[in-house]
Design a protein around this ligand. Structure first.
Ligand SMILES: [Zn+2]
Length: 481
């Protein structure tokens, strides 16, 4: 079962609004290290595929001809709808839907309006299992993959839909369209917001922010803070390769936050989450992670150059108590979102614990440290809480991944802040770029390595820092000496 990583609470006393002195507000947030286990299920066979031999032998030539004809009809239907979407032609987008299919028309009208608010570099529809079913059925159910890449993405990703079709002579009509989310596989891309509610949005400078029509959140009002956050994260990232060209942010109320890109399972206590769709090729086949082809790459270069197609940030605006907090959460999530190739899918995390997954602390510690950069006083306050939190001190130098997102809010906050102390120390020893280098290097390490001082030192010295200088600074910050 893929591990969805929830949640964090934070207490930052200096941000407490004056009129609510006792209130503890929530700072960031978690990375949903997310994976989609649909590839083998969705990709069965395609209209262009040769029919399996056993089938062609068993059916008469007329069935085969029917299959070919129907596949062609479906391909033409898909081509018409893709053209209609790209042209922004709602009438043409709906033209192949049965006029009596009110539910399908409503769903596709809503999706059209929602999707058209995003900028795409590619948008395609592909039929997956048509040959197998359409041979025998006048009214087949087919899975149609929507394969698209936003301008904010580094790759295409795929979302499957169930269509019901009806063949009559030489025509085919759509009688139903519904999400096909493969709940059985715990697909963390369940319930994309654009399938759920009509959206309103605002875009500028490679950032798109969307919220439900009728919600109190005004995407336009969040844009300036999002742009400041993006500028900070992007300038920190510099010219490093494989960064996402843009950011997509969804503003939800509490219920929507728990639902969007999730299955209502794992985000209690979080205020933000970053979700990474799996990369797919132009046919909709999900792609394997791609390692850095330079085997002997430098320690500050990533070991993987492709693991996510992009990123989707979802925020729970109902928990924000100030605009400044919202900006801090956006900084945190963008620090995750900008480099999807550094975040490992958890779906394949079988085998001995900790030997095949990356550690949590470098990911969350880095994102927390990036928050510090735009917020004077935050680092000092966070380190004070670490020094005061002796009860939570882990056995190793940093919190283990198991239990990192503790239900105890104070403990969870401690875990984030203790983890960030390594990046603060690296910054003190060698500047911000060394801290980013260290994050890249540590993200390459497996959990059992990243928890060990010896392996951490290979990264510290690998990026050109002196381990004893860095550990001295880290111990002073965290009070663990
Ligand atoms: Zn996080």
């Amino acid at each position: 079962m893929p591990e969805i990583r929830p949640a964090t609470f934070e207490t930052v006393p200096e941000f407490v609004p004056a009129e609510r002195p006792k209130r503890r507000w929530l700072v960031p947030a978690a990375v949903a290290v997310v994976a989609v286990v649909v590839a083998g299920v969705v990709v069965v066979s395609r209209p262009g595929d040769a029919a399996p031999e056993a089938v062609t032998a068993a059916v008469s030539p007329s069935f085969v001809n029917d299959s070919d004809r129907r596949s062609r009809l479906i391909d033409e239907l898909l081509a018409r709808r893709v053209a209609a979407f790209k042209a922004g032609d709602l009438k043409a987008w709906l033209a192949d839907i049965d006029p009596a299919a009110a539910k399908a028309i409503a769903f596709e009208t809503k999706r059209f309006a929602n999707l058209r608010q995003f900028r795409f570099t590619s948008f395609d529809l592909s039929a997956s299992n048509v040959t197998a079913t359409a041979v025998f059925d006048e009214k087949p159910d087919v899975i149609i993959d929507q394969i698209s890449r936003l301008t904010a993405d580094v790759d295409r990703s795929v979302i499957p839909y169930n269509w019901k079709l009806e063949f009559t002579g030489d025509t085919v009509r759509i009688t139903d369209v519904a999400p096909s989310y493969h709940q059985a596989y715990e697909n963390p891309l369940l319930f994309p917001p654009f399938d759920d509610v009509p959206l309103k949005s605002a875009s500028a400078g490679g950032i798109t922010i969307a919220a439900a029509v009728g919600s109190k959140s005004n995407p336009q009002a969040f844009l300036p803070a999002a742009q400041r956050a993006a500028k900070l994260v992007r300038s920190l990232w510099g010219s490093r390769p494989y960064a996402t060209p843009g950011f997509v942010i969804f503003l939800g109320d509490h219920k929507q936050f728990l639902k969007w890109y999730d299955n209502n399972a794992g985000r209690q206590g979080a205020v933000g989450v970053t979700v990474f769709p799996r990369p797919a090729d132009e046919e909709g086949t999900e792609q394997f992670d791609r390692p850095n082809p330079t085997v002997m790459h430098k320690p500050n270069e990533p070991s993987w150059i492709r693991r996510g197609a992009g990123s989707r940030i979802v925020l729970d605006v109902s928990q924000f108590t100030s605009a400044r907090q919202a900006e801090s959460v956006m900084v945190h999530e963008m620090a995750h979102a900008i480099a999807p190739h550094l975040i490992q899918s958890k779906a394949g995390g079988y085998g001995p614990k900790a030997t095949n997954v990356q550690a949590t602390w470098p990911i969350e510690g880095f994102a927390r440290w990036v928050e510090f950069l735009g917020t004077p006083g935050y680092a000092q306050s966070a380190m004070r809480t670490v020094r005061a939190g002796r009860a939570y001190r882990p056995a190793g130098p940093f919190p283990p991944s198991e239990g990192f997102y503790a239900a105890d809010a104070k403990r969870q906050s401690y875990n984030y802040n203790l983890s960030s102390s390594m990046f603060l120390a690296a910054e003190q020893a060698g500047g911000r770029q060394k801290a980013v280098d260290l994050y890249v290097c540590l993200s390459n390490q497996m959990e059992y390595q990243a928890d060990t001082e010896m392996f951490i030192n290979t990264c510290i010295s690998g990026v050109g820092l002196n381990p004893s200088t860095v550990w001295t600074a880290q111990r002073r910050l965290a009070g663990s000496q």
